[in-house]
Ligand binder design. Structure first.
Ligand SMILES: *Cc1c(COP(=O)(O)O)cnc(C)c1O
Length: 277
């Protein structure tokens, strides 16, 4: 059990009205920032999805973000998914919204009914013994960084009679503290994953370099885009769906959007500073 989970009831549904307004304003501010970064780089804002990174936030806080228009959420820890999923599904259903694997079955793919569905991704590290905890809820795992994990997820997906979306996480910054595969092995790995039954390779994910140097942060994002383009161009089996670039967080989403991001994962700018790590 993660320590902060003992201090905060993550399944709590009640929300102080002023906190609700704070979150709504945060969502709108971030949506405006996404739109203006898209405009600055000549991109269609509809090609960039806002994922609310909801680690340490409770059900009431997450629903405030959804009520403000968020249609994609991402959790880091299987234990948090377990703690919140049931209440989230119930409250989404009350609003006529599907969530993740549950609900109206639109799933993760943008469609005419996408506004009635909230996508649900795992964005944090996954240990093999937790796969069964997340598969009933999430449509896409953004943090697959090796073939062994991919094979295990694939096996569980096949036995559950479904297919699971996967993003290959690449450690573009080379920082030791970060997960993700090495950039040199990403293309070969992506092709192996794309070929697995039960998985759909939907794209690549990275966490920006933790530095002040704009050039280095951008270089990592640009390299990820080049990798995505090369994987798509390879024509290998299963790679045609490898289109997403999940990159950009609170402090670097402007750069990421200019470098081609299709999913920005934002926590702090929506919900405020985290009280727990
Ligand atoms: C927490 C987290 C985010 C969001 O970070 P902020 O800086 O709070 O916007 C994005 N991606 C991952 C993988 C995270 O763990």
């Amino acid at each position: 059990m993660v320590a902060y989970m003992e201090h905060k009831d993550l399944a709590n549904e009640r929300l102080d009205p002023s906190r609700g307004i704070e979150i709504r304003d945060g969502v709108h501010r971030v949506m405006d920032a996404v739109a203006s970064a898209a405009a600055d780089s000549g991109r269609n804002p509809d090609d960039i999805r806002l994922l609310a990174a909801t680690k340490t936030r409770d059900v009431g806080e997450i629903m405030a973000a959804i009520d403000a228009g968020v249609r994609l959420i991402g959790e880091n820890r299987p234990q948090e998914i377990e703690a919140k999923a049931e209440a989230l599904l119930k409250l989404c259903a009350q609003r006529g919204l599907g969530l993740g694997v549950g609900g109206n079955g639109v799933g993760d793919v943008p469609s005419a009914r996408a506004s009635e569905h909230v996508g649900f991704h795992l964005i944090g590290q996954l240990q093999s013994n937790k796969i069964n905890k997340v598969l009933p809820f999430v449509t896409t795992i953004e943090s697959v960084d090796g073939l062994r994990l991919a094979e295990r997820v694939a096996r569980r997906a096949v036995s559950g009679g479904r297919s699971v979306g996967v993003l290959l996480e690449v450690n573009e910054s080379g920082e030791e503290s970060k997960s993700g595969c090495a950039p040199e092995e990403a293309q070969e790995l992506a092709c192996s994953i794309a070929d697995l039954e039960g998985l759909e390779l939907r794209g690549l994910m990275t966490i920006g370099a933790h530095v002040d140097d704009e050039g280095r942060i951008r270089a990592g994002f640009a390299h990820l885009r080049g990798l995505r383009d090369a994987i798509l161009a390879s024509g290998e089996a299963g790679t045609a769906s490898c289109r997403e670039l999940s990159m950009g967080m609170t402090h670097d989403m402007g750069y990421a959007i200019e470098e081609g991001s299709t999913i920005v994962r934002v926590g702090t700018a929506i919900f405020g500073e985290r009280a727990f790590i």
